[in-house]
Design a protein around this ligand. Structure first.
Ligand SMILES: [Zn+2]
Length: 70
């Protein structure tokens, strides 16, 4: 049996935060805090926010999908 063709969805990919066009599927992520599709650069900025939350004694999981950047 041939492996099923796993092509990318035919929708345009761009970061909904910084509007950067995303050419590769592995450079695309879903925001932790918002319902946004974002690039890895914006995702790494969210990682920094999550680290700050932990340092402030907060649980990042409490902010999952909260709709804003804490
Ligand atoms: Zn971005």
């Amino acid at each position: 049996m041939p492996i099923k063709n796993t092509r990318l969805p035919k929708k345009p990919l761009w970061c909904q935060r910084c509007k950067k066009v995303i050419y590769r599927y592995d450079e695309w992520k879903v925001s932790w805090f918002k319902n946004e599709e974002i690039c890895t650069k914006c995702a790494s900025e969210e990682d920094i926010i999550r680290t700050r939350l932990v340092k402030a004694g907060k649980n990042p999981a409490d902010y999952e999908g909260c709709g804003y950047l804490p």
